[in-house]
Design a protein around this ligand. Sequence first.
Ligand SMILES: *[C@@H]1O[C@H](CO)[C@@H](O)[C@H](O)[C@H]1NC(C)=O
Ligand SMILES: *[C@@H]1O[C@H](CO)[C@@H](O)[C@H](O)[C@H]1NC(C)=O
Ligand SMILES: *[C@@H]1O[C@H](CO)[C@@H](O)[C@H](O)[C@H]1NC(C)=O
Length: 604
Amino acid sequence: MMQIGRIYSVLRATGMALLATTASAAALAPRAEAGQDWASLEILTTAADAQVQTVLDGKEAYIAGSPRGLTRAVRQLVTPFVWPNSTHYHDETLLPHIEEMLAVLTKVQHCDGTYTVGNYHSPPDTGFLIEDFGIMVRILEEDDHEDSQVFADTIRAILRKAAPGLAKGGIHTPNHRWKVCAALARISRITDDESLIERIDEWLAEGIDIDADGIYSERSGIYYAAVSNPSLLTVARELNRTELLEPVRKNLELSIEHAEPNCEIETVLSRRQDQNQYRSDNMGEFYPQFRELALRDGNGRFAAMARLLESRVPERLGDYLANLIEQPELAKELSAPEEPFVDFQKHYPTVSLVRVRNDKLTVSAFGGTDWYHKGEKTDFYNRFGSGLSTNPSFFRAWNGDLVLEGIRMSANFFSMGHFRSNGIEFDSETGVAKLGNEMEVQYYLPMPADQRNENGTYDLSRSIDGRFYASLDFENRPASVRRLKTDVKIVPTDAGYDLEFEVTGEKDVDITLEVTFRKGGEFSGVEPSVDGEGNTIYHLKEGEGQYTNGKDTIAFGPGNGDGVVNPDAGEQYSWHNGNLVLEGHHVYVTGTTPMKYTLNLGFS
Ligand SMILES: *[C@@H]1O[C@H](CO)[C@@H](O)[C@H](O)[C@H]1NC(C)=O
Ligand SMILES: *[C@@H]1O[C@H](CO)[C@@H](O)[C@H](O)[C@H]1NC(C)=O
Ligand SMILES: *[C@@H]1O[C@H](CO)[C@@H](O)[C@H](O)[C@H]1NC(C)=O
């Protein structure tokens, strides 16, 4: 609390210094030198101020909507209200709105202290609200407007009521454990309730789910920033558990390796909803974490990432003003930036990912979906589902302003869908990466005599290849097998990379290679055509094509003749009338097994 007082006095002193006489300015100089980061505070203040009208305009919808959104909206009013540098500082027209919204939040809190946010009586979702409430209490407590104390009391009562539900309740996903710990840590400190620490310790004793490279078990770039990192930092701060800074530090280093200068974090490996969220500027939520560890460690690369986010997505950083008010040490001047995007090549073995950066070109090769899951207790095969990594893109590239969004391959082999590699091998000497799999599809033979059922009823079971179900007791039935083997060698060349494909086994299988480019460039050397659904596609039948934006070009080819373009996502998608299509421009190269084909990619 002392610290918040300090930043206010520094801020006020800094402001006053501009108007003051030389003598008093000199007297204030040592405090001004404490080094508040005005460049950042100005960006955050502008963004936070811009949110106020949006909240007021949307108030009814917030009130009718999820309590999580409503709590964030209250925070978006409270923050400028307590911030002397905001145009809404102590703007009393905001008071009835804050009061009304807090009254709704008080009313919809269940007797067990939780909220329903899509999930009924959800401890983890309540955790998200607690983070906002916790920050609000802290910044309201330090504010000298009398209504601020009233709001702080209201929120403290919500926090007190939330404690038992969070201390007893359960979770759904790995990151929820840390979210609940963060919420309990905040409530414990704010309401002086030591009893909550026991539950925090119970969750933490499970161990943090992070590998040696800094990848959390959900492999989800967007969730690292949105949940795991901020939650662990909160517990570290509130309970002085400094050992929890280490996983966050490791993850931030990792996130730079997985990031691009357009503030896009690689999500191809993700087990969460972001596995298909390829887009620039998806890293905004990392801002306070890069800032905090940049300041704690004097880490110039983290400082540079915070600066990069300020320049790319300033309008999305408004919510973090509250963090800097709550923790004035976060508002200190960042250390000198150091280039974060350096050349490197690295193999991440637990997720079967290779990343290589060389000047303006970065490539990812990926062979680590859960399609072939080998667990300690559970093996499964050919499954799609929430919480599994299933993205079939196995090669991606960022070349300056151009993005090769993904290369995928699909064989029309029993509707088994896209090729997904069973791991990756990487030779760091030659830079060659190898992907591959062997698919087996069964034909089931008659039931052995001793397994027959007199009534003709057999267990409803899942086919061995994972595609379908039937009352045929597949597990206990002999089968014959058809096979298809795919090998992909990714070889660095002077121009870029060669992707050498070899598909053998079943003969006359149609193969479709799908090369998808993010929009923004222009094609040459390929002719557009229209597919069955009326989309413009490119079928490269011969020669080479180019995709260009300004001075950046990606050359691809050669074509591989006429063939059937059929990028089939497989029966598990088609059964639900689903499909799996990457956003962007699609170039197809076709072939038929046995197929030996090399795709040359040139980057300039
Ligand atoms: C903060 O407020 C003071 C006093 O009004 C002003 O001098 C200063 O420039 C402001 N800083 C920012 C970043 O807006
Ligand atoms: C915080 O923990 C560290 C050890 O991790 C210890 O040195 C320090 O004194 C603790 N600080 C407080 C305020 O308890
Ligand atoms: C076959 O059906 C009969 C009559 O419903 C039942 O009594 C019997 O247990 C069944 N046999 C098997 C092997 O399920």
